[in-house]
Design a protein around this ligand. Structure first.
Ligand code: GDP
Ligand code: IMO
Ligand code: MG
Length: 435
């Protein structure tokens, strides 16, 4: 097996960063293929915690090349801020460890301003975005007016494009959204400086990754957000603006679908969601508060409290189908340590009917009532377990039930935030659909 895609199987924050950090140990190269710095991926190594927003989570492994593929929207200020913070701690010492594709779309100040102003204007109908300019940046990409990295590095090309685009953005900001217009010269000065620095990281992701594949190298694709936030398949309009499903790894990096060997879905032992939108298994009681408290469920990007709820197998089934998952990485099992009983949603009741397919229409989803299955809790601390056999019977039963209901093998169990709090059942680089 030479390629593994990691994706979030829920609404994000499943623990993808941790899993990518671990699997980078077996890989040669790591690729971000969609999203931007709306992501917050946490890596805990020893006593040290690192949160990556735009740089791939493989960066703590010296010598492993990290790519930012064409499908990403890049905020240069955040990118350089992350590099500086990593360097100060002894990581990312060699610039050649990072490669940025020339076709990435640049997140511009007007994207951030429009994102925040639209949310403000929407009031109670807001999406609850991260305010990082992600939606407006992807709108410009699809609208064929994005400033790509390959434009930014040529000051005269950038100047012409900016001069064309900015009046329309300022019109929207001033006349419709009631915000202050942005200054063209200021943007030009700041962003040409970024362009000059970004030149050093330029590399064609598709060509380089295909060369690596031909050379038998192992590539890990790092998804951001989660399946239910996908622009096509998620709980629209309460989604992000990119293809978060496994298929996005191909379009967002320039490798063909047949090059993908395994797809691992990261799945929390319960569910969280940040921002607005339907969430059938959400808990509004003390159990929900316990999950938030024990799981430290506060956004890694915005610090917002995450909404919490029980594991939803209807949603997970959808994630398995959409991504072609070959394995599940089950995280945060330890957060359930003190519970007497644990619930899993196995179906929904919708308008009196029992359904097991996740509705695509959010209005229907809002009316769905979970059908529960109750399992015994293990009521002890599992955060030191290093093998499946060390887990209490009830914890093993919980995992077996997830496998039974989903038909997908659990290939990794995470029992704490640290790298070493991980039970690996199967290495996806060694086994997988073609293994
Ligand atoms: P990501 O966006 O999918 O990478 O996930 P986040 O980093 O936003 O959120 C996951 C949080 O859970 C982080 O604070 C991780 O350090 C933490 N975490 C990951 N796995 C585990 C686990 O198995 N147990 C516990 N208690 N925390 C975990
Ligand atoms: P990681 O990669 C959780 C959510 C926002 C909002 C919606 C749209 O850390 O799992 P956007 O700013 O993307 O336009 O916001 O998507 N969202 C995330 N939720 N984890 C993330 O990333 C998220 N990235 C975006 O909260 O509901
Ligand atoms: Mg996160």
């Amino acid at each position: 097996m030479s390629t593994v895609v990691i994706i979030g199987s829920q609404w994000g924050d499943e623990g993808k960063g941790k899993i990518v950090d671990i699997y980078t140990g077996y890989a040669d190269e790591v690729v971000r293929f969609q999203g931007g710095n709306n992501a917050g991926h946490t890596l805990v190594v020893g006593e040290e915690t690192t949160v990556m927003h735009i740089i791939p989570s493989g960066i703590l492994h010296p010598g492993k090349r990290c790519f930012i593929g064409n499908g990403v929207v890049l905020d240069p200020k955040v990118f350089f801020g992350e590099i500086a913070a990593l360097r100060a701690r002894g990581y990312c010492q060699d610039d050649r460890q990072l490669v940025v594709d020339p076709a990435v779309s640049i997140i511009m100040p007007y994207h951030r301003a429009i994102d925040v102003a639209r949310e403000k204007r929407a009031g109670s109908r807001k999406i609850g975005t991260t305010g990082r300019g992600i939606g407006p940046a992807y709108e410009d990409k699809v609208g064929r007016r994005a400033i790509r990295l390959e434009d930014l590095i040529y000051p005269e090309v950038f100047a012409t494009k900016l001069h064309e685009i900015l009046p329309e953005k300022n019109f929207l900001l001033e006349k419709f959204l009631g915000e202050a217009p942005l200054d063209e010269q200021e943007i030009y000065d700041e962003y040409t400086a970024y362009g000059a620095q970004l030149k050093h990281y330029l590399g064609n992701t598709s060509i380089l990754l295909n060369e690596s594949l031909a050379a038998g190298k192992r590539i890990l694709f790092e998804g951001a957000q989660g399946t239910l936030l996908d622009i096509d398949h998620g709980t629209y309009p309460f989604v992000t603006s990119s293809s978060t499903v496994a298929g996005g790894a191909c379009t967002g990096s320039g490798v063909g679908p047949c090059a993908i060997d395994a797809v691992v879905g990261v799945c929390k032992a319960y569910v969280t969601r940040v921002g607005e939108g339907p969430f059938p298994t959400e808990l509004h009681d003390e159990t929900g508060e316990l999950l938030r408290h024990k799981g430290h469920e506060y956004g890694a990007t915005t610090g917002r409290p995450r909404r919490t709820g029980w594991l939803d197998m209807v949603a997970l089934k959808k994630a398995i189908q959409l991504n072609g998952l070959t394995g599940l990485a089950l995280t945060k099992m330890d957060v359930l340590n003190t519970l007497q009983t644990i619930r899993i949603c196995v179906a929904y009741k919708l308008d009196g009917r029992t359904i097991t397919d996740f509705p695509s229409d959010v209005r229907q989803l809002t009316r769905c009532i979970p059908v529960w299955e109750e399992l015994p809790g293990w009521n002890c601390d599992i955060s030191g377990a290093t093998a499946v056999e060390q887990l209490p019977a009830a914890a093993q039963g919980f995992i077996a039930r997830i496998e039974g209901l989903s038909g997908c093998p659990v290939i990794l169990i995470s029992v704490g935030p640290r790298r070493d709090q991980t039970i690996q059942v199967q290495n996806p680089f060694e086994t997988g659909k073609k293994g």
